[in-house]
Design a protein around this ligand. Structure first.
Ligand SMILES: Cc1cc2nc3c(=O)[nH]c(=O)nc-3n(C[C@H](O)[C@H](O)[C@H](O)COP(=O)(O)OP(=O)(O)OC[C@H]3O[C@@H](n4cnc5c(N)ncnc54)[C@H](O)[C@@H]3O)c2cc1C
Length: 366
C-alpha cells in the first residue's frame, strides 16, 4: 500500500477527519481537486458554532453537534482560532408563539444543550433595542468562528502528524482490492488500506465511482441553495437573531461575522446544479421576512452577497434528513467510510465527525 488512509476532500470535514486519522498514527493522504483547501461549502456558510437546538433526539446531527461544539470551543481556545461566543436569540413576534419556543427549549435540552432561557420583552428590548419581539429563547453558547483559520489550523495539525495534502488533484474512480483500495487520481493510481469519502456535494458521485461498493447503499442527493444578503450601513445588533424555524429550515436569520458585519440568510431554494449566483430579486422575500423582527429595516440596505448549497439526502416535502456516515457495518466494505448529507451543522460538528469516523474504522476491523 502507498499510504494507510486516503481522505477525499479538503473541506472542513475532510481536514478534521484527516487530522484525527493522522494523529491516530496512520499515514494519511488528503486529495483535493481545487487549488486551495475549503473552496466549496466550507467557504459558503454562516460560520456559526451551533449548540444543537433543532435536531431530533439521538440523531447524528444532535449528537455530533453537541459534542462537536464543545470540542470546537476547546480547540479554538487552545489553537488561537478566532471565534466569539456571541449568543443567539430565537424571537417570537406574537405571544401565540411562546409555546413553540418552550417546545424548542425542551427539545434542545433533551439534546444536551445548556444555558437556554426564555427572555421577556423588557429584557429583550434592553439586550437588542432594534429587535421587535414579545419573547425570545436565548442561547448564550452559540458562537461564530473564522472557518478558514480553523481549516488552516486543522491542516497544520494533520501535517504535523505526518499527513500529506495534494491539491488540484481529482479523484476519478476507485476500486476495492484485496486489503484496500486502488484510487485513480488524475490518471495515476494510489493504493491505500482505508478510503474516506468527504467529497461534500460530490460524495454520491464519488461513491458511484467506487467499484465494489453496493450501489443500493448510496443515498439520493438533492441540492438546496441558501442565499445571503448583507446589511449595508451600521449594524444595530450584537447577537445572532433567528425567527422561529419553519418547515423548510431555520427561517431568514441574521448572523454576524467576527468584524461585526451583518448578513441575512440563508434562505432555501431547491436547485438542480451548482449555481451560486444570488438573484437580487430575492431581496423582496428577505425584506418581508426580516421586517417581522427588524421593523426599522430599509429595503435598499439589503445587498446581494453570496450563496452556499446544502448537500441534502432528502428532497422537497420530506422531513429534514440526518447526516449519513456509513462504514463497513452498512455497506460491507472494510476500510471504507462514506459521508453523505453533511449540511449544517457540519462545520460545528467537524471535530466530532473526525472521532466518529475513527470509531467506525475501528469497529469495522472486528
Ligand atoms: C448555506 C449554508 C450555511 C451553513 N452554515 C453553517 C453554520 O453556520 N454552521 C455549521 O456548523 N455548518 C454550516 N453549514 C454546513 C457546513 O458548511 C458544511 O457541513 C461543511 O462545510 C461541510 O464540509 P465538507 O468538508 O463535508 O464539504 P466541502 O466543504 O464541500 O468539502 C468537500 C471537498 O471535497 C472536494 N472534492 C469533491 N469531489 C472531489 C474529487 N472527486 N476529488 C478531489 N476532491 C473532491 C471539494 O472540492 C471540496 O473541497 C452550512 C452550509 C450551507 C450550505
Amino acid at each position: 500500500m502507498d499510504v494507510d488512509t486516503i481522505v477525499i476532500g479538503g473541506g472542513v470535514v475532510g481536514l478534521a477527519v484527516a487530522r484525527a486519522c493522522a494523529r491516530s498514527g496512520r499515514q494519511v493522504l488528503i486529495v483535493e481537486r481545487h487549488a486551495q483547501i475549503g473552496e466549496e461549502t466550507s467557504a459558503r456558510n454562516s460560520e456559526v458554532i451551533h449548540t444543537g437546538i433543532y435536531y431530533p433526539k439521538d440523531s447524528l446531527k444532535a449528537q455530533l453537534c453537541v459534542r462537536g461544539a464543545e470540542a470546537l470551543y476547546r480547540y479554538c481556545a487552545n489553537h488561537g482560532v478566532p471565534h466569539q461566543r456571541i449568543g443567539k436569540l430565537i424571537v417570537a413576534s406574537q405571544n401565540s408563539q411562546r409555546e413553540a419556543l418552550q417546545v424548542l427549549q425542551k427539545k434542545a435540552e433533551t439534546n444536551g444543550v445548556q444555558g437556554l432561557r426564555l427572555i421577556e420583552r423588557d429584557e429583550l428590548n434592553a439586550m437588542e433595542p432594534a429587535l421587535a419581539g414579545v419573547v425570545a429563547l436565548y442561547s448564550p453558547n452559540t458562537g461564530i468562528i473564522d472557518s478558514h483559520q480553523l481549516m488552516l489550523s486543522l491542516l497544520g495539525e494533520a501535517e504535523s502528524a505526518g499527513a500529506d495534502l495534494v491539491l488540484s488533484a481529482n479523484v476519478q474512480a476507485a476500486s476495492v482490492i484485496r486489503g484496500g483500495f486502488d484510487v485513480t487520481v488524475d490518471g495515476d493510481t494510489v493504493s491505500s488500506a482505508e478510503l474516506i469519502n468527504c467529497a461534500g456535494l460530490s460524495a454520491q458521485q464519488v461513491a458511484h465511482g467506487i467499484e465494489g461498493l453496493p450501489a443500493h447503499t448510496i443515498p439520493p442527493q438533492y441540492l438546496s441553495r441558501g442565499c445571503y444578503f448583507s446589511l449595508g450601513g451600521k449594524n444595530p445588533f450584537s447577537r445572532l437573531i433567528y425567527p422561529l424555524p419553519n418547515d423548510e429550515g431555520l427561517g431568514v436569520h441574521l448572523t454576524l461575522d467576527l468584524a461585526g458585519q451583518a448578513r441575512f440568510g440563508p434562505d432555501t431554494e431547491w436547485v438542480y446544479r451548482l449555481d451560486y449566483r444570488v438573484d437580487p430579486k430575492r431581496a423582496a422575500q428577505f425584506y418581508a421576512a426580516i421586517k417581522a423582527y427588524y421593523p426599522a429595516l430599509e429595503k435598499d440596505r439589503l445587498q446581494p452577497s453570496y450563496s452556499g448549497i446544502r448537500p441534502k439526502v432528502v428532497g422537497p416535502g420530506d422531513a429534514a434528513g440526518d447526516f449519513i456516515i456509513q462504514g463497513r457495518q452498512t455497506h460491507g466494505v472494510p476500510g471504507l467510510v462514506n459521508l453523505y448529507g453533511i449540511e449544517s451543522p457540519g462545520l460545528t460538528a467537524s471535530l466530532a465527525v473526525g472521532d466518529y469516523v475513527l470509531d467506525l474504522l475501528a469497529r469495522g476491523r472486528s
